[in-house]
Design a protein around this ligand. Structure first.
Ligand SMILES: *[C@@H]1O[C@H](CO)[C@@H](O)[C@H](O)[C@H]1NC(C)=O
Length: 229
């Protein structure tokens, strides 16, 4: 828990260093977009929205006016400063590269774009989380403050950490926790880690026929470590 909170703190302090003018521009954009929406009848400002996907669950905070703040991996902020292009819907390709490059952004999208046709669960983490939810408006304000491009980590700072921080004040991810538990069980039971560590340099040094598969095998552990950090 402690490293995560520390992470959340560094994350916030780095955000406050952002340009003032950037801030002004952002507020301007926000003002334009806020209109009444039929979703205001279903959701309340600060509600935690959850969309189950095939492999994982995506999370967001409802801001009102049919808008959702959510944290999504995205490579584009690294490559371009074109706000308009970044604002377009994130493709799977952008998302995947974002996960690998560990870059993402907290963005505001319409509920329909956020859910992408899937069923939306509301506040269901309230039952699982040991902390009480903050007041709705405070939750939404946190989410709004965190808008922008930030570092993404599949395990340590993902979409779930973002909403948990906004709604309960602690950045935890049950998905990451489950994932780590599964991986640890796997590693401990089969000794896979040991084999990888011993095998990959041997393969590379054996010289004779360094095939692509060997190179890949050797590159795997550092890649996994990068992804896990
Ligand atoms: C979500 O939880 C809040 C309390 O934190 C509650 O006021 C709100 O009505 C809930 N939303 C829905 C749609 O149940």
């Amino acid at each position: 828990m402690f490293p995560l909170q520390l992470l959340a703190l560094t994350f916030i302090s780095s955000l406050s260093l952002q340009d003032e003018e950037d801030e002004g521009e952002r507020k301007e954009v926000m003002k334009e977009e806020v209109t009444e929406s039929r979703y205001d009848l279903i959701f309340r400002r600060g509600d935690l929205l959850e969309v189950p996907r095939t492999l994982f669950t995506h999370f967001g905070i409802y801001l009102g006016g049919g808008r959702v703040a959510h944290f999504i991996p995205d490579i584009l902020p690294l490559l371009s400063s074109d706000r308009y292009r970044i604002k377009q819907m994130v493709t799977n390709f952008r998302l995947l590269l974002g996960v690998i490059a560990k870059c993402g952004s907290v963005r505001v999208d319409h509920v329909d774009d956020f859910a992408f046709g899937a069923k939306i669960l509301v506040n269901s983490t309230d039952k699982v989380c040991s902390c009480a939810a903050l007041q709705g408006d405070a939750v939404a304000q946190r989410a709004e403050r965190l808008q922008g491009d930030i570092a993404y980590s599949l395990l340590w700072w993902n979409c779930e950490h973002f909403v948990m921080f906004c709604r309960y004040g602690t950045a935890v991810s049950f998905q990451s926790f489950q994932f780590c538990k599964t991986v640890r069980k796997l590693l401990l039971s089969s000794g896979v880690a040991m084999v990888m560590v011993v095998l990959s340099p041997c393969l590379l040094l054996s010289g004779a026929a360094v095939s692509w598969s060997m190179v890949l095998l050797a590159a795997l552990p550092p890649f996994l470590i990068w992804m896990a950090s």
